[in-house]
Every structure is written in C-alpha cells, then in structure tokens.
Design a protein around this ligand. Structure first.
Ligand code: NAD
Length: 296
C-alpha cells in the first residue's frame, strides 16, 4: 500500500509557486492578489479562511480577508461581488461557503466574473469544464487530479466510482475524469488523466457495495465516517478520501482507513491527503487568474 501524501505533494507545489511568483516580482511585476469574502462566524469557515490566507503568505500571494456579519443582505453581498469583479488590483476572489440561509449561493456564485472565480464554481466555469474549454477548475477536483498525476495513477479505461454528487467535489471530479484528456492542466506532469468510465453514487444509490466492488478507483466525498469499509473494495483499489469529519475530537475521512488500507494499492490519509491539495489548488488557480489577466 502506498500512501498518497497530499501534504508532501502540496509542499512541492507550493515551492514551485513560490519560485514562479518570485521570478515575476524579480521581473518588476506585482504579486498576485486573492480576496476572500467571509460572512458570519462559522468556526469551520474561519479555520479554512485562516489556512488559505496563511498558504497565500507562504508562496507570495497577497491575501485580503473581507468579513461581513451574518445579517448582510443578498443585495449588499452582490454589491461587494460587483466591486471585486471591477477591482483591477484583485486577480481572483472567493466567497467562502456556506452562506447564511437568507442568501442564495447560486445567485452569488452566478454574479462572480468567471475570470476571477478561483473557486471554479460559477455556472460559466462549470459549463466550460463540462465542454472541455479552458476554465478555472474548482480546487478540490483540481487537487485530486494533481495527486493522481503526481503518483502516475492512470485513469484511462478504468472504472472510477465517485460517492457524493456535490457541485464542489462529486460532479466536477466525475466530469474531469471521464473527459478526453485534452483538458490537461498547465502544471500536470501525467499526460493523460481522464478517459475513465465513471459511476456517480449518492445517498439514494442502491447497493453501493456491489458498485464499489467493481471500482478500480473510489473517490469518496460524502461526509460520513466509515462509509467505505473493507468488504466494499477489491484488492489493489485506489482510494481518494475527501471526507472531513470530526469524531471524538479527531479528524477522520469517510473511509474505514485501518481496515481498507491493507487492501488498497494507493490511499489518501485524512488529514494530510486531499485537504492540503485543495488549498494549493486554490493558489494555483489564483496564479492562473493573474496570468490570464496579463493577457487581457
Ligand atoms: P455535500 O456535503 O454537499 O454532500 C454529500 C454527498 O454525499 C451528497 O451528494 C450525498 O448524496 C452523498 N451521500 C451522503 N451520504 C451518503 C451515503 N450514505 N451513501 C452514498 N452517498 C452519500 O458534499 P461535499 O460538499 O462534497 O462534502 C463531502 C465531504 O467532503 C464533507 O465531509 C466535506 O467536509 C468534505 N470536503 C473536503 C474537502 C477537502 O479539501 N478535503 C473539500 C470539500 C469537501
């Protein structure tokens, strides 16, 4: 069993980013800048935002946190999105999810200029990804692809089972892995990721076990501890565990790691697997937006 060490890979990717940004600055260019909008005081969101800001600092991306109280209206938030869309000093921005219930996430996401949408969540970016056009890919799916590429795990012709159908993980990773591989990332080392046969499972799927038993690669993003158990996987499977759950004060994924890992050829740990890759992908997306801006 080989551990897919997201922490190590993300550190290497951050070093590459740091180098690129230092070269840009040495050539007299300004640093890329990311803005992060956060609404309310959700403790998990506060932690994620703090981690993203810290990671920006490590590679030389300027970061600005823009905080609003939970009672901000949708109109006021839309006005802020519009301001950021037009602010030439900001290369990319994200609106940290979830938003309070009185604000429609779809409305806010739809208002973000796709060229600054470094979370890759606007309908335009998602649609372009589906059609295989150049787009900004959302951070977690991008990170998963980077991890598979780094360990040279082929997907062509293989059966990938994705558990979870969210807009931020399940749907986009399924789409990317079934694409023809022309949609490769600039930083990608493996030539062909894609061309997989993909099955998407969710909470209404019947007999998840027999579907998983036919999988060469399983990507779990459900938010259920120990959802994937050893009897559900075949020998030699590759497992990407996206889940983040807190059980008895400990962070765990969606996989019964202890019992599944011995059967797996490759598996991500939680923490230290997909999480660090997600953050570094956001930084890569910010640099991508900065570069695109230079071309406009
Ligand atoms: P979500 O929370 O929006 O939805 C969960 C999905 O899992 C749904 O599509 C649901 O149908 C499916 N599901 C739930 N229970 C199931 C079951 N018993 N069997 C089959 N399918 C089931 O999804 P999300 O936002 O993608 O988050 C999923 C998990 O991934 C969460 O734990 C979240 O914290 C984590 N996450 C981690 C990262 C990271 O960087 N590591 C990034 C995003 C999300």
């Amino acid at each position: 069993m080989i551990l897919l060490d997201g922490k190590k890979v993300a550190a290497e990717k951050r070093a590459e980013l740091r180098e690129t940004i230092a070269q840009l600055q040495a050539a007299g260019k300004r640093a890329p800048k990311l803005a992060i909008v956060i609404v309310g005081h959700n403790p998990a969101s506060e932690t994620y935002v703090a981690n993203k800001i810290k990671a920006c600092g490590e590679v030389g991306i300027e970061a600005e946190k823009i905080a609003f109280e939970a009672d901000i209206t949708e109109q006021q938030l839309l006005a802020e999105v519009s301001r950021l869309n037009h602010d030439a000093t900001i290369d990319g921005f994200i609106v940290q999810l979830p938003l309070p219930e009185h604000i429609s996430e779809t409305t806010i996401m739809s208002a973000i200029d796709r060229r600054k949408d470094v979370d890759g969540l606007t309908p335009e970016n998602v649609g372009r990804t589906v059609q295989g056009l150049p787009s900004i890919i959302s951070a977690t799916p991008r990170g998963i692809r980077e991890l598979l590429a780094y360990y040279q795990i082929p997907t062509e012709g293989r059966h990938v089972v994705v558990i979870g159908r969210s807009n931020i993980v399940g749907k986009p990773i399924a789409m990317l892995l079934m694409q023809r591989p022309y949609l490769s990332l600039p930083s990608m080392s493996a030539a062909s990721l894609g061309d997989a046969t993909v099955t998407i499972c969710h909470s209404k799927t019947r007999d998840l076990k027999s579907i998983c038993l036919t999988a060469d690669i399983i990507i779990v993003a459900a938010g259920c501890p120990k959802l994937l158990t050893a009897d559900m996987v075949k020998e030699g499977v590759t497992i990407i565990d996206v889940g983040i759950n807190r059980v008895d004060g400990k962070l765990v994924g969606d996989v019964d790691f202890e019992n599944v890992a011995p059967k797996a050829a490759y598996i991500t740990p939680v923490p230290g697997g997909v999480g660090p890759m997600t953050i570094v992908s956001l930084l890569q997306n910010t640099l991508q937006a900065y570069m695109l801006k230079g071309e406009r």
